[in-house]
Design a protein around this ligand. Structure first.
Ligand code: SF4
Length: 97
């Protein structure tokens, strides 16, 4: 008795391509926008403008967590350094309670 093995090619679907990654809202912005210096009216306006960009970003939560983890300067995840410092203090005291 002869045993004959047959192989068939598996169909590869092109519909299972890699998922589309969300695009950061700041992708086309000048990076300097997110690093205002000082606290004069022009800098405060720049902070507000950067935060407005973050407000329409799909990556805000992840971006904020990165900034918290790395102690980044500038506007990340819709927050400035002062706000992130407060978040860390509140998180520390919340965890200690
Ligand atoms: S949340 Fe982060 S990635 Fe999104 S626009 Fe702001 S700085 Fe860019």
């Amino acid at each position: 008795m002869n045993i004959v093995r047959t192989y068939t090619r598996r169909q590869v679907s092109t519909a299972t391509a890699a998922p589309v990654r969300p695009r950061p809202a700041c992708a086309d912005e000048d990076p300097d926008l997110f690093f205002p210096t000082g606290n004069d009216p022009a800098a405060l306006e720049q902070f507000a403008e950067a935060k407005a960009v973050c407000a329409r970003c799909p990556l805000t939560a992840r971006c904020l967590q990165t900034a918290l983890d790395r102690n980044e300067a500038g506007v990340w995840g819709g927050t400035d350094e002062q706000t992130r410092r407060l978040i860390k203090i509140r998180t520390f005291h919340g965890a200690a309670a």
